[in-house]
Structure formats: C-alpha cells, structure tokens
Design a protein around this ligand. Structure first.
Ligand code: AR6
Length: 198
C-alpha cells in the first residue's frame, strides 16, 4: 500500500509517493512535449503563429507560416480584420501539414511595466481556448514574442509552461501541446521549467 501524500502541484491527496505528484499531474506532464525545429513542418491539428495585430504577415514564424501555407492563408486573414494583442484568431492551414493556424499576437517587450506578462499569458490562454473549442487534439506553439518582439526568453518560457499547464489541468483538449523551440537554448529553458514541476 503506497504512502498517502499530497500532490506538490495541486494539493490533491495522492496515492503515489513517486515524485510527490498525483496521477493527474503525471498525466499532465506527459501531455507537454518539447522539440527543436521548424513549426511549419509539424503534422498537428493546429500550429500557433506569432503574428502582429494586422494578421497580414511579417517576418520570423509569421513569414515562415505564410510562405508554407500559401496565398490562400493571407486571403482568409484579410477577412478577419486584425487581432488585438493578447487575443487569437483561427484559420485553415491550407498547404501546411497542420489543419489549422491559430494566429495570436504577443506583446512587444518594453521593459516589463506595460502589462507584457499579462498579455503574453492571455495570448497562450486564448490560443489554447480556440484549440479546445475547435476540437484540436494536438497544438504546437513557437516561443511567442521572443524574436522581433524581444520578450526575454527565460521569462517567456515560464509564462508558456505555466499557462499551458494550468489550461491542461482544466481541459481535456488539446490532448498534447508541443513547445516548438527554434534553438536549443529555448528548448533547454522549457525542459528546465518543466523539470521544476516534475
Ligand atoms: N519555427 C519555430 N520557431 C521559429 C520559426 C519557425 N519556423 N522561425 C522563428 N522562430 P518571431 P515575435 C522562433 O520574431 O517575437 C513577425 O514579423 C524565433 O526564434 O517570429 O512574436 C510578426 O509579423 C523566436 O524564438 O515572433 C510580428 O510583427 C520565436 O519564434 C513579429 O514578428 C518568435 O519570434 C512578432 O514577433
């Protein structure tokens, strides 16, 4: 008979003393995957695009997503009328292997006193909500705001992992979230943040 303890994350009584986590928290960590690569190559139900408020394309991930999806993506984006920072919109994936693109707009980093963290949290949360509402079982995120928008990578990794974990605790969908880093440094930040909750 295993010792009864409290889960270190959610405080639910756990029957398993292993790593002091309850069964639910172990399942949760199995649902988050870290990879290094190009998000446009992923066969997931939805890829998240780090867009700007116009939703009409740009550089970085946004440029790569539009190039790979083809001009029909831009045509659908034109019908959306933009997207405020912290919100998200969903479109088809067109020539991408992904069925959908979830376009979200992260904050530009101004030093941290212009609600940047709240806006980045909201970008992750609203993207996950759209994925869930559209029956997406798998969704992949780039490191939103950490390129042109200059959000510090360690702080952004904390926001990503904590918002995704909170959402998955309360929702069955998406079943899997892929954190798609473009560089090993970012992947290592995700892994160490995830290890803290293990
Ligand atoms: N796959 C995965 N990650 C990528 C890829 C890729 N193909 N390309 C870049 N990254 P950024 P932001 C990483 O600048 O900071 C655009 O012009 C990159 O290394 O794409 O949110 C939009 O139109 C970085 O870690 O997005 C906006 O104007 C991360 O993705 C603005 O940039 C995000 O970098 C948005 O800036």
């Amino acid at each position: 008979m295993p010792a009864i303890s409290f889960c270190a994350l959610c405080s639910v009584v756990s029957q398993s003393a292993e790593k002091d986590l309850c069964v639910t928290e172990k399942d949760l960590l199995d649902r988050i995957e870290v990879i290094v690569g190009d998000i446009t190559a992923l066969s997931v139900d939805a890829v998240v695009n780090a867009a700007n408020e116009s939703l009409l394309g740009g550089g970085g991930v946004d440029g790569a997503v539009h190039r790979a999806a083809g001009k029909d993506l831009l045509a659908e984006c034109r019908t959306l009328g933009g997207c405020p920072t912290g919100e998200a919109r969903i479109t088809g994936g067109y020539k991408l292997p992904a069925r959908h693109v979830i376009h979200t707009v992260g904050p530009v980093w101004h030093g941290g006193d212009r609600r940047e963290e709240a806006l980045l949290r909201s970008a992750y949360r609203n993207s996950l909500r759209l994925a869930s509402e559209n029956a997406c079982e798998s969704v992949a995120f780039p490191a939103i705001s950490t390129g042109v928008y200059a959000y510090p990578k360690p702080a952004a990794a904390n926001v990503a992992v904590s918002e995704i974990a909170t959402f998955l605790r309360n929702h069955k969908l998406p079943k899997t979230v892929v954190l798609c880093a473009f560089d090993e440094t970012t992947a290592e930040l995700y892994r160490s943040r995830l290890a803290e909750v293990q």
